[in-house]
Design a protein around this ligand. Structure first.
Ligand code: ASP
Length: 342
């Protein structure tokens, strides 16, 4: 008889484990052991679950690259022992963390599933139980004792997505995430419908490599009509800045005014890596399709193609930490490393 899957539940914080503060009425993270007392259903699952927690659980608005290192270390230290990992995380920045971890965990051959909830687990109408229980079931999926999923996923409101393809789209609805440019990997209904052909194929048989210490000397600049020269110059002159993700219009379009293009030219001359992503919620950058993006192409701006801003900024932090040479940075950025772009 095949042995039961062993799952490590990593609790970082988020609404799922929050309670109302008596004095202020605001939601704040509480002790993890209490969280488990509230879900006796976990004992009925056909897998062995163990838990580990951040010493001080956080609201995910406080997540940072050092905490991504902590999550990565928890996975690294337990990688051999467990068949899958479920990371409980606030939904606000979950797409950033899932994207970051996807880059940090090279040759991942086991599932790492992020989930959380919009209402605390103690709330009568909570979405936490379904999210947590199904996320654990998904992380436990095996064929011939091998994990079915070998990538970082995000499970929320009946859908499993590739983590680095997601974005938070709603602050209120249970259906809080979307994966605009890549279909859901699985859908939970009466049956769990798994789209195996969409899974990331981990072709390497090499051991897991965990990359830590991402470089956060980066910036996201969202264009808007009326952006002025002083603002542009302030951004490109941020001390120690190494890269900028520019959220442009439509298929990667930007103003063609001289001051704007010379500012970008100056940034390129300074050795900054500049990635063009679209501020549209779906679709791809295609520099050269319009005159308003031709100059960007000539300047050697990197195309983010259909990547999300969350994946673009974390991929930039990851590649900067790898000390990728200036000449190969563009080629590597424009190549899919973990299925983050098409
Ligand atoms: N503010 C919370 C957080 O991201 C929201 C949530 O958990 O959904 O930690």
């Amino acid at each position: 008889m095949p042995s039961k899957a062993r799952i490590l539940l990593i609790y970082t914080g988020g609404t799922i484990g929050m309670m109302k503060d008596f004095e202020t009425g605001a939601l704040k993270a509480f002790n993890f052991s209490k969280l488990l007392q509230r879900i006796p259903e976990l004992k009925q699952l056909d897998c062995e679950i163990e838990t580990i927690s951040f010493e001080n659980p956080i609201d995910s608005s406080n997540i940072n690259p050092e905490m991504w290192d902590q999550i990565a270390t928890m996975i690294e230290e337990n990688y051999v022992i467990y068949d899958g990992f479920v990371v409980l995380h606030g939904s606000d920045t979950m797409s950033y963390s899932a994207s970051a971890l996807s880059f940090m965990l090279e040759n991942l051959a086991k599932p790492v599933i992020f989930t959380g909830s919009q209402l605390p687990i103690g709330d009568l109408r909570t979405d936490a139980k379904e999210n947590l229980i199904t996320a654990i079931q998904i992380a436990s999926l095996q064929v011939k004792s091998k994990p079915v999923i070998q990538e970082v996923g995000l499970y929320f409101e009946y859908k499993l997505y590739r983590g680095n393809r997601t974005t938070k789209i709603n602050a209120e609805h249970f259906n809080a995430f979307n994966s605009p440019n890549y279909p859901a990997l699985a859908e939970s209904g009466v049956h769990l419908k798994v789209e195996k052909e969409l899974f990331f194929k981990n072709k390497s048989s090499k051991d897991l490599i965990v990359h830590k210490h991402l470089n956060n000397n980066v910036f996201v600049l969202k264009l808007f009509p009326g952006i002025n020269e002083a603002a542009m110059n302030a951004v490109i002159n941020i001390p120690n800045l190494k890269g900028i993700v520019i959220e442009t219009y439509g298929a990667g379009n930007a103003p063609t005014e001289d001051w704007f293009l010379s500012s970008l030219q100056e940034a390129v001359n300074k050795g900054l890596h500049i990635v063009n992503v679209t501020q549209c919620s779906g679709g791809s950058v295609n520099m050269g399709q319009y005159e308003t993006s031709t100059a960007l192409k000539t300047l050697g701006i990197i195309s983010g193609k259909d990547i999300t801003t969350e994946a673009a900024i974390t991929k930039m932090m990851y590649l900067l930490a790898q000390n990728v040479s200036a000449t190969s940075f563009k080629t590597i950025f424009e190549t899919s490393l973990r299925g983050e772009l098409s």
